[in-house]
Design a protein around this ligand. Structure first.
Ligand code: GLY
Length: 433
């Protein structure tokens, strides 16, 4: 069996570990022992070391010592830092863009410039600001806080702040925008628009794309989409791969933009493959572009990989061979449903001490619900510990109907996870903003 290196330690990597290890021996360099990933490493006869995955020398030595042939990375920071570049230089087959290819995610202005050229009708009016004077003038030109502040770099889903929701009044918006400007030397101010947010994700070999079932993510921390933005508190997809408020022509418009963007990136010689993920808004004036990511979303990966009919390792091989097509990358006609479990403090305040908690894992899995660990370590028996103040684990299932999938996950939560933990109880409701 070929050996595949997976870097990254979230719930997304936990589900990737499960599906990669069905066809490869799994190897990883990890900052801590994520129980899901380690289990798959051991099961597939692979190997891991606990070390910094950002350390290129350590990763490169690990690849050489173990004769690793394949590498998959789907974490924004690792991609930006060029860990795929390291694997490519050593001759591995790689899934994930080079650091330059990932620029569509780590530079919001680069992504906006591309969409401005390819689909200007999808652009929301925005200003790329590089000085305090300019920032004050632009914010003053708004009547109220109907604008959005977007930092330039990677923020793990927590950087974009919307007027009237995350900040109140122009002054608060200005203060936040100033702090972003100080960090990266520029900040984007964008008009606030009303609409419904959705994601179109595509697998790509760099030339061909296959659009995955469309997912609906719950980025806000609390029920009814209240509270700060997070990496995602839950996610769902429907059996027809669509969302109730979308039409096929909406998906086609987004996938055309994705295709054209890939061509554009290839022209710049940026070596892109893996996943291209577009965030969009459906508004009364048409579909509007929010952002590109150059990787699987998290939690979206938990839903999408569980809805693949084709073995994921076959999809990987078709990506390496540049032969990806809708014929060799098929999805099941099922609904998928994910809820992320977090600490009560998650995204609201910082926790200094790790949280020790219990989960009845066996009882959860017996109910047909899969558990994907993220920032969690196993202690003993049913005892676990948080590793950082980030999401702890995701619970995912599939079913014929969304109601059935939702009940399965929420029933599995009842009595099987520690009361110290927290989660949204309204995943499945679709809100309009
Ligand atoms: N769920 C949003 C993201 O992965 O960026």
């Amino acid at each position: 069996m070929e050996k595949c290196l997976l870097l990254g330690n979230g719930g997304r990597e936990a589900v990737l570990a499960e599906y990669i290890s069905k066809g490869y021996s799994l190897y990883t360099v990890c900052p801590y022992e994520n129980p899901s990933i380690i289990e798959m490493v051991n099961k597939s006869g692979g190997k891991y070391i606990v070390a910094d995955p950002f350390n290129k020398e350590i990763v490169s030595d690990f690849i050489k010592e173990n004769n690793i042939e394949v590498c998959l990375i789907s974490s924004d920071n690792l991609l930006q830092d060029g860990l795929i570049d390291v694997a490519r230089e050593l001759g591995l087959k790689t899934f994930g863009p080079t650091s330059k290819g990932a620029k569509i995610e780590w530079s919001k202005t680069y992504a906006l410039d591309i969409v401005e050229k390819l689909a200007p009708q999808m652009i929301i009016k925005n200003y790329n600001i590089t000085s305090i004077e300019e920032l004050k003038n632009i914010i003053n030109s708004y009547n109220d806080d109907s604008f959005v502040v977007k930092p330039e770099g990677l923020t793990g889903g927590k950087g974009v702040k919307v007027g009237g929701i995350h900040f109140k009044g122009k002054d608060e918006g200005l203060e936040y925008a100033k702090s972003c400007l100080e960090i990266s030397g520029n900040v984007i101010i964008q008009d606030k628009i009303e609409g419904r947010e959705f994601t179109v994700m595509a697998l790509t070999d760099g030339e061909n794309i296959v659009v995955t079932p469309t997912t609906f993510d719950y980025p806000y921390r609390f029920n009814e989409d209240k509270g700060p933005g997070t990496g995602g508190m839950g996610c769902l997809s429907f059996e027809n791969g669509m969302l109730p408020f979308l039409e096929q022509k909406d998906i086609d418009e987004c996938s055309n933009l994705i295709k054209e963007t890939l061509k554009y990136i290839n022209k710049d010689n940026l070596e892109f493959n893996g996943v291209i993920y577009g965030g969009f808004f459906k508004t009364k004036n048409g579909i509007k572009f929010i952002e590109f990511n150059s990787r699987f979303g998290d939690p979206e990966a938990l839903n999408v990989l569980n809805s693949l009919e084709t073995p994921f390792t076959d999809v990987m091989k078709n990506i390496f061979n540049k032969t990806l097509s809708t014929e060799n990358c098929k999805f099941k006609k099922e609904c998928t449903f994910t809820v992320y479990i977090v600490t009560k403090e998650y995204a609201v305040e910082s926790r200094k001490e790790p949280l020790i908690f219990t989960i009845s894992r066996e009882a959860i899995e017996k109910q047909g619900v899969k558990i994907y660990f993220a920032n969690t370590k196993h202690l003993e028996g049913n005892k676990y510990s948080s590793v950082s103040n980030s999401r702890l684990f995701g619970l995912t299932t599939s079913a014929k109907t969304l109601q059935e999938a939702k009940e399965k996950v929420y029933n599995a939560i009842k009595g099987n996870i520690d009361e110290k933990l927290d989660y949204r109880t309204d995943i499945g409701s679709i809100y309009e903003h």
